[in-house]
Design a protein around this ligand. Structure first.
Ligand code: GAR
Length: 192
């Protein structure tokens, strides 16, 4: 049995897709815990719905970024798991956490990296009238959206699409591929 920890800050559709995928006991993967930095995040409600424990370290209740990161690191170190999965986690992990869990943290980003790193990637690529967008799954390194790319899938942006339609299609791809790629990574760590 492999175990994963998910970090998320917002809506949590990827979190829910991952939980649903691994709810099949034949997959032999347990979503051990959701950690969120945002006590108001909708992902907390989703965790209740799918029956996964949730731990809130509310960023805005911490005195500083350092204090928040210290709490996060202490929590992570108190747990056994195989992989940390970022799913709409909107904070930058400090170098010491990234180094400690080298090649054990993955992230999903809604663009074809290295294009559109950072925030609002869907909106920026749409507003730039790109003919293709897409998704990237990558290991997390010390930079922002710069880690080794594991998987990419492109998506043609049709001329008649609205931003909302484009966003909906990006999310569909994320929900389809992120769980599968996580499963592949876990299998490569050692057989499951
Ligand atoms: C997803 O589109 C994910 O790719 C993006 O946030 C969204 C979270 O949606 N992540 C980033 O932009 C990270 N830089 P969700 O909360 O519904 O899963």
């Amino acid at each position: 049995m492999k175990e994963i920890i998910i970090l998320a800050s917002g809506n949590g559709t990827n979190f829910e897709a991952i939980c649903n995928y691994f709810s099949d006991p034949k997959k032999n993967v347990k979503v051990k815990l959701l950690i969120t930095d945002n006590k108001k995040a909708f992902v907390i409600k989703r965790s209740q719905k799918v029956g996964i424990d949730c731990w809130v370290i509310d960023y805005h209740s911490c005195k500083s970024r350092e204090e928040y990161n210290k709490k996060l690191f202490a929590l992570l170190k108190s747990l056994d798991f195989d992989l940390i999965v970022l799913a709409g986690y909107m904070r930058i992990l400090p170098d010491y956490i990234v180094k400690y869990y080298e090649k054990r943290i993955v992230n999903i980003h809604p663009s074809l990296l290295p294009n559109y790193k950072g925030l609002n990637a869907i909106e920026r690529s749409f507003n730039n009238r790109e003919s293709y967008g897409g998704i990237t799954i990558h290991y997390v390194d010390e930079g922002v959206d710069t880690g080794e790319i594991i998987f990419q899938k492109n998506l043609k942006i049709l001329k008649n699409w609205t931003l909302e339609k484009y966003e909906e299609n990006i999310h569909k791809l994320e929900h389809q591929y992120y769980p599968q790629i996580i499963e592949k990574i876990l299998k490569s760590i050692s057989g499951i």
